[in-house]
Design a protein around this ligand. Structure first.
Ligand SMILES: NC(=O)C1=CN([C@@H]2O[C@H](COP(=O)(O)OP(=O)(O)OC[C@H]3O[C@@H](n4cnc5c(N)ncnc54)[C@H](OP(=O)(O)O)[C@@H]3O)[C@@H](O)[C@H]2O)C=CC1
Ligand SMILES: O=C(O)C1=N[C@H](C(=O)O)C[C@H](O)C1
Length: 278
């Protein structure tokens, strides 16, 4: 059931944010304040009391067009679309409610596909549209497209590697994007050359003819995210790098994606569907 009408939020898309205390959760919330056509109606966190005590949230709540619910578990989704950038363990705190009242979802949290809770997300996608986005950047969707095309042209003898650089505090190492880049390389190179390209982590020593694709992660500093795909052969190396400089760009894209997903039919979507990239 959708939330009841409120004259202050009529016409505005109400969003719920999972992981309100996190870097992305905060960025999404603050971007939503710049959108006349959106309103945050609920924020889910492990410690909802911390959010209520946080002046940046309470001040915004007072100015908001309608009150924000600060929750540790969702019983009934008081939002038109839910947005999750948090930790896979958070799924159990809101997915049952979304299944009871089918609600569109944008989920960008790393590691969710390897978590048992993802079965609930797949179930939800039978009744509501779900966007599961490993990486929301346009440049990254284009990089995946380029990697597929280059894999068709690159000789089998050229080595391919992936480097993932993120802020020191990022939990996953390597992250989902790096793993997916390596999987895409393995599949596309495998198809082009009718051969097996195993994926290895942490750059163990390998022979020249070894076809494996290495994935390395550096966790340092305070930036956002950077991924490089390397192809190296005799006397040359091709490097394709994607860098994100500003988390607010990611947050703006997430809000556009939330706006898009509510108009889709039930199903499981990815960022290529949003950007229209084949
Ligand atoms: N798809 C994409 O394009 C992007 C995806 N991401 C992904 O989104 C997620 C959040 O990123 P970011 O905001 O930078 O991360 P932060 O570490 O800043 O925030 C993590 C959030 O998850 C919550 N959380 C709940 N349970 C746990 C737990 N067991 N361990 C750790 N955190 C927990 C934290 O709550 P508490 O405050 O209580 O610890 C916090 O709200 C990550 O998985 C990241 O990889 C990030 C950027 C872009
Ligand atoms: O934690 C982050 O910041 C990011 N995580 C995602 C990942 O590792 O795939 C996407 C992006 O790189 C930002």
């Amino acid at each position: 059931m959708l939330p009841s009408k409120n004259p202050m939020t009529d016409g505005a898309l109400t969003i719920g944010i999972v992981g309100g205390t996190g870097k992305m959760g905060r960025a999404i919330f603050h971007e939503s304040l710049n959108r006349e056509d959106m309103s945050t109606s609920l924020i889910l966190a492990r410690r909802a009391d911390l959010l209520e005590a946080d002046r940046s949230f309470t001040a915004a709540d007072q100015e908001a067009r309608s009150p924000i619910q600060f929750l540790t578990t969702v019983d009934k989704p008081s939002c038109r679309v839910m947005i999750d950038f948090s930790h896979p363990s958070m799924m159990e705190r809101y997915v049952p409610a979304l299944l009871r009242s089918p609600t569109p979802l944008v989920i960008g949290t790393s590691g969710v596909r390897d978590h048992p809770g993802f079965a609930g997300i797949e179930q939800l996608s039978r009744y509501a549209p779900v966007l599961a986005a490993t990486n929301v950047s346009l440049g990254m969707s284009i990089l995946f497209h380029m990697v597929k095309e280059i894999s068709k042209l690159m000789p089998i003898s050229y080595h391919a590697e992936v480097l993932d650089i993120h802020q020191r505090t990022k939990r996953e190492a390597p992250g989902d994007t790096a793993k997916k880049l390596a999987q895409t390389l393995a599949e596309c190179r495998g198809k082009a050359h009718q051969a097996e390209f195993p994926i290895v982590m942490n750059g163990e020593s390998r022979g020249e003819g070894d076809l494996s694709i290495g994935v390395q992660a550096l966790r340092l500093g305070y930036g956002v995210g950077e991924h490089t795909v390397y192809f190296a052969g005799p006397g040359e190396r091709l490097e394709l790098t994607h860098r994100v400089f500003d988390r607010s760009i990611l947050a703006k894209t997430v809000l556009s994606a939330a706006e898009w997903i509510v108009d889709q039919a039930p199903g499981l979507y990815d960022m290529n569907d949003f950007y229209g990239i084949i």
